[in-house]
Ligand binder design. Structure first.
Ligand code: F6R
Length: 365
C-alpha cells in the first residue's frame, strides 16, 4: 500500500535510505567489501575478468553508464555499456574474458534477456545480472546474480531500483578493483563512504519542500535541458528521463562540454537548464558552461554542493546539497531530480504512477 503517500513513486523515493541499507546488508564490513556479496561461485570468476560489457534499458541503462565511469576509474578494466535493443541486433565483438552484466529491475525485459542469450552464444567468461526480482528470467539465466533487494517497485518511473543498482554496482566495482591493485586504504575509503550513504540520501530527501516550490517554475515549460559532466552526465540523462516520462515535458540531457557543439542554440528564457554540480574536479569546467548559458538568457536550476560559492550564478535557482564523497555523487544527486519530476508531474496532473503509453515491465520488444 501507499501508506501516508499520495503515490507509489513518492513512497518509493522516500524508501531509498532504507532499501540502500538493505542492499548493503551482509555485503560490507566496517572497512571491506565482502567476497560473499557476489555468491559462492563469484571469487573465481572475478579473478579472471579482463573486460566488462553492460547491457540494459532505460533507467537501468543509466546505472550502467555510471558504472562504466567507476569500473574504468577504480578497476582499470575496459567497460562498455549498450542499450539491449541495439546490442541484440548488431554484429558485436566480445573481448576475451568478458564479464557480461545485465541490469534490470524486473528481470523480464525482453530486449535485455535476448541480448544476454545472444552474448552467451558468442562466448563469455561469465554472465551476471544486477536485478531486483528473485527468480526472474534474468536471474535464472545468469551465472551470477547480485540482487538489489529494493523490494517491489510499483511506480512505473524507477527510483529505488536505480539507487540500489548503483549501490550494488559500486560494491562490484570495488571487488574488481581489489583484484587490479586497489589499495586497502582506497577500499576502506569507499566502504566508509557507503556506510554514510543512507544518511546522505536522507539529507537529500529533506530538500523536498524546496524542490516542490521550484517545481512551480516548470509547470508551464515545454522543453528542458539537463547537464552534467563525468558520472553526473548519466545522472543528467536519468533526470531527463524521469521528467519526460511522468510530466511529459520534453527533456534532453547533454554532457556539459557538448553544449557549444549545438544545443547552446536552443537556449533562451523559455528553456530551463538543470545542472548537477557536486564539488569535484570537473566543477570549474561545468560552471564555465553554466555561465555561457546564463549569458544567453537561460534560466538555470543548479543542484550544487553547499560548500562551493557560485557567486556568478547566485541570481539563478540554486539548491544546496551536503558535501558527498566523490564515489557517491551519482547516488545522492539523482534524489533531487526524482523529486523535481515528481512535483512537476503532480502540478501538471498526470498519472504519476501509471504514465500514459508505458508499462512497468517491457516483456515484448
Ligand atoms: C524508467 C523505467 C524504464 C525501465 C526500463 C528497464 O523509469 O522504469 O526505463 O528502467 O524499461 O526495465 P528493467 O530495469 O525492468 O529491465
Amino acid at each position: 500500500s501507499k501508506g501516508e503517500y499520495k503515490h507509489f513513486m513518492l513512497k518509493e523515493t522516500f524508501e531509498q535510505p532504507t532499501v540502500i541499507k538493505q542492499c548493503l546488508e551482509g555485503r560490507i564490513s566496517a572497512t571491506k567489501v565482502l567476497d560473499q556479496a557476489f555468491g559462492v561461485k563469484a571469487a573465481d570468476i572475478l579473478d579472471q575478468v579482463e573486460a566488462v560489457q553492460i547491457i540494459a534499458c532505460g533507467t537501468s541503462y543509466h546505472s550502467g553508464m555510471v558504472t562504466k565511469y567507476w569500473i574504468e576509474k577504480y578497476a582499470g578494466i575496459p567497460c562498455q555499456v549498450e542499450v539491449a535493443s541495439e546490442f541484440r541486433y548488431r554484429h558485436t565483438v566480445i573481448a576475451k574474458n568478458t564479464l557480461l552484466i545485465t541490469i534490470s529491475q524486473s528481470g523480464e525485459t525482453a530486449d535485455t534477456l535476448a541480448a544476454l542469450r545472444k552474448a552467451k552464444e558468442q562466448g563469455l567468461l561469465a554472465s551476471m545480472t544486477v536485478c531486483n526480482v528473485p527468480g526472474s528470467s534474468l536471474v535464472r539465466e545468469s551465472d551470477l546474480c547480485l540482487m538489489t533487494n529494493a523490494g517491489p517497485e510499483i511506480g512505473v518511473a524507477s527510483t529505488k531500483a536505480f539507487t540500489t543498482q548503483l549501490t550494488a554496482l559500486l560494491l562490484l566495482t570495488v571487488a574488481l578493483a581489489k583484484r587490479n591493485g586497489m589499495s586497502e586504504a582506497a577500499e576502506t575509503e569507499i566502504v566508509t563512504a557507503l556506510h554514510q550513504l543512507p544518511g546522505l540520501v536522507e539529507k537529500a530527501l529533506a530538500l523536498d519542500p524546496v524542490i516542490e516550490k521550484i517545481s512551480q517554475l516548470f509547470a508551464d515549460k515545454h522543453h528542458s535541458l539537463f547537464l552534467g559532466r563525468g558520472p553526473m552526465y548519466p545522472i543528467a540523462q536519468e533526470g531527463a528521463l524521469k521528467l519526460k516520462e511522468i510530466s511529459y515535458i520534453h527533456a534532453e540531457a547533454y554532457p556539459a562540454g557538448e553544449l557549444k557543439h549545438g544545443p547552446l542554440a536552443l537556449v533562451d528564457e523559455d528553456m530551463p537548464i538543470i545542472a548537477v554540480a557536486p564539488k569535484n574536479d570537473l566543477l570549474e569546467k561545468l560552471v564555465s558552461n553554466l555561465e555561457e548559458v546564463k549569458a544567453r538568457g537561460g534560466e538555470l536550476f543548479v543542484f550544487a554542493d553547499e560548500s562551493v560559492n557560485l557567486y556568478d550564478l547566485d541570481d539563478q535557482h540554486l539548491v544546496s546539497l551536503p558535501t558527498v564523497p566523490c564515489c557517491l555523487e551519482p547516488i545522492v544527486y539523482i534524489i533531487p531530480l526524482q523529486l523535481l519530476s515528481y512535483h512537476v508531474a503532480v502540478l501538471k496532473g498526470t498519472d504519476v504512477d501509471q504514465p500514459r503509453n508505458l508499462a512497468k515491465s517491457v516483456t515484448v520488444e
